[in-house]
Design a protein around this ligand. Structure first.
Ligand SMILES: Cc1cc2nc3c(=O)[nH]c(=O)nc-3n(C[C@H](O)[C@H](O)[C@H](O)COP(=O)(O)O)c2cc1C
Length: 217
């Protein structure tokens, strides 16, 4: 069978759980914490993987997966190369969307908000907590730039290994850091049968309070 025909025939009815607006926490961050706990308990692979969508200066969208590394002061934190494509895009336009897919639980969470750079002290503390190999990898990779071949990366890595061989602590590169996303809109999606899924959307009102509403699937 051709792929297109196979794709058209793929069908799955979602029926594991329900999510009513009355059961949804008043604070979406509390609700997120609960769902993340359930994803961790269910051993969803890479439950902290999220699609980070950004906007290029010309207005076109750009998306890739990054890892959520914490929630600090009600903001979602991830780490990356600040000179990467995403870093350059964020310096022009801080508007982002974060999308989690926890298929094993038939759940999606969509977050929209604004990203700002984390302070250097927090980024440095996190960098220092990473395995040495990852730290060297960060130094060795000009993320998002064109490279002539794999050898280039391996040589860079070997050079960094040599450069820092005598150092216990590898310093955080200036071009590496964290971003925190302040959410303005968070939607929780629970798959239901007959495509009548549950969708609960939280938005911030003029008083800065979260309000929830139901959306049609
Ligand atoms: C599961 C998974 C987790 C990832 N986590 C990160 C991450 O935390 N930080 C990061 O910079 N890239 C991460 N990546 C790689 C990014 O998807 C992407 O390739 C890279 O950041 C370059 O994106 P850019 O060129 O749009 O800046 C991850 C990829 C996958 C598949």
């Amino acid at each position: 069978m051709q792929t297109a025909a196979q794709l058209a025939q793929l069908r799955r009815d979602y029926s594991l759980r329900t999510f009513s607006i009355d059961d949804a926490a008043a604070d979406p961050l509390q609700q997120f914490d609960l769902w993340m706990q359930e994803a961790l308990q269910a051993e969803v692979p890479e439950p902290n993987a999220m699609t980070l969508s950004t906007v290029r200066p010309n207005g076109t969208p750009s998306a890739r997966v990054v890892l959520l590394k914490g929630i600090e002061a009600h903001q979602f934190v991830f780490y990356t190369n600040t000179q990467s494509d995403k870093g350059v895009q964020l310096s022009h336009n801080p508007a982002v969307a974060l999308t989690f897919l926890w298929l094993e639980l038939e759940r999606q969470v969509r977050i929209e908000g604004t990203a700002t750079l984390l302070d250097e002290a927090t980024a440095t503390a996190y960098f220092q907590s990473r395995p040495r190999e990852s730290q060297l990898g960060a130094w060795a990779s000009p993320q998002s730039r064109h490279i002539p071949g794999r050898k280039f990366l391996e040589q860079n890595f070997a050079e960094m290994q040599a450069q820092f061989a005598a150092e216990d602590l590898i310093p955080k590169p200036d071009f590496w850091g964290g971003y925190q996303v302040k959410p303005t809109r968070i939607e929780f999606w629970q798959g239901r049968s007959s495509r009548l899924h549950d969708r609960v959307l939280y938005t911030i009102d003029a008083q800065g309070q979260w309000q929830k509403q139901l959306l049609a699937p």
